[in-house]
Design a protein around this ligand. Structure first.
Ligand SMILES: *Cc1c(COP(=O)(O)O)cnc(C)c1O
Length: 388
């Protein structure tokens, strides 16, 4: 056991990383007088598209609203079925419901925690319209295999990339179109945060035009275009739209976060590698797996209790909490929540149910020190010894 000292404060499971640059960016956006969607949003979209390697990016108020518009623009509606994992944050399934369609849950590959391509085709019916892929907690899903299935059956492929900023699939960043649209989140639990916020990346110009209208009440001209016009412009509203705009205050933060993204990713990968190396010695708490060709961004560091673990998942969580360490259960199983609970899923999602029971998320954030991390690892080892 190393000599790590118990920190005075509780170690949270996640924490956003902001500096004086973000503070100054907000103040300067405030002083500009333009606080809703305006020039900062446009600049953030441009930089984001450049970062991931897509032609376009459209900013929205959250990933949930991004996913909702992705459904609508794909023409998904009443009576349609959309294939997606149950092992995901509930917003994945909710956005399908918003559109009036039904989520059909596919079991996961227990090694990657992502949708198992071998289980997709058996779930396709004449009503199936799309596959909503999730890159769970930042590990890319098997896009090539899923794209081939979608193509074979004429299905639309969409990505819930909420957690996947900076993740890479076969050398290309997630967001560089591997599907029609990829939707990102900037919630504080994600790596790049603007408080709340979302982004859709795509190479489809028609999709961009429709997204830009729908996010602001389906207005035919933007506030910015009217403000900059030298002739009077009168807008029209040709369909029912939404207010799903990002503010310039958020985008100003986002631009600074994007500048520090590579250093945030490097720090996470460094800390994740340290966890993985030392968990090998623990033996009964299994590190996440990063398959060849895929790069995890370690938005979360999710471990799994081995069958020979001397302690239950909930006992371990309690033990760590008693020592000032916050953890979270692994990813939720959406089909276990009331709006989605149905006898239909019985026996269909065994790997999803096993994963949600056996996984635990350890603290990982930019400011976590190696000393704190050693303390966490020591307390894990000790929890195992006490319960043996
Ligand atoms: C966080 C998350 C969302 C929701 O993102 P918001 O920006 O909070 O709306 C959706 N899907 C997944 C997989 C997530 O992790």
């Amino acid at each position: 056991m190393s000599t790590a000292v118990k920190p005075a404060l509780t170690i949270p499971v996640a924490r956003p990383y902001f500096g004086t640059e973000e503070e100054q960016a907000v103040v300067s956006a405030l002083k500009s007088g333009w606080v809703s969607q305006g020039p900062k949003v446009a600049a953030f979209e441009q930089s984001f598209a450049e970062y991931v390697g897509s032609q376009y990016a459209v900013a929205l108020s959250s990933c949930t609203t991004a996913l909702h518009l992705a459904m609508l623009i794909s023409g998904i509606g009443e009576g349609d079925e959309v294939l997606c994992p149950s092992l995901s944050f509930i917003a994945t399934a909710n956005c399908i419901r918003y559109a009036g369609a039904r989520p059909v849950f596919i079991d996961i590959d227990p090694v990657t925690y992502n949708i198992d391509p071998n289980r997709v085709e058996e779930a396709i019916t004449p009503r199936t319209k799309a596959v909503l892929v999730v890159h769970q907690i930042g590990l890319p899903a098997a896009m090539k295999e899923l794209a081939a299935i979608a193509e074979r059956h004429g299905l639309i492929l969409l990505e819930d990339a909420a957690c996947a900023i900076g993740s890479e699939y076969l050398g290309e960043k997630i967001g560089r179109p591997h599907s029609r649209m990829a939707c990102f989140s900037f919630h504080p639990r994600k790596i790049l945060s603007t408080g709340e916020g979302g982004m859709i990346t795509t190479n489809d110009e028609a999709v961009v035009a429709r997204l830009r209208r729908l996010r602001q009440h389906a207005m035919t001209t933007s506030d910015l275009a009217r403000h900059s016009a030298t002739r009077v412009m009168v807008e029209s509203y040709d369909e029912v739209g939404y207010n799903y705009r990002m503010t310039d205050l958020q985008a100003a933060i986002g631009l600074e976060q994007l500048r520090r993204l590579d250093s945030m990713l490097a720090r996470r990968r460094h800390l994740a590698a340290r966890y993985t190396a030392r968990l090998k010695d623990v033996g009964w708490l299994l590190p996440p797996h990063e398959p060849a060709g895929l790069r995890h961004n370690y938005q979360s560091y999710m471990t799994r209790l081995a069958p020979n673990a001397p302690i239950s998942r909930d006992q371990l969580m309690q033990c760590l909490l008693d020592h000032g360490i916050s953890t979270r259960r692994g990813i939720m199983a959406t089909h276990k929540e009331m709006p989605y609970d149905s006898p239909r899923w019985e026996h269909l999602l065994p790997e999803t149910e096993r994963a949600t029971r056996e996984t635990i998320i350890l603290p990982l954030f930019h400011q976590l020190t190696e000393e704190e991390q050693d303390y966490i690892l020591d307390m894990i080892s000790e929890a195992g010894r006490v319960h043996t």
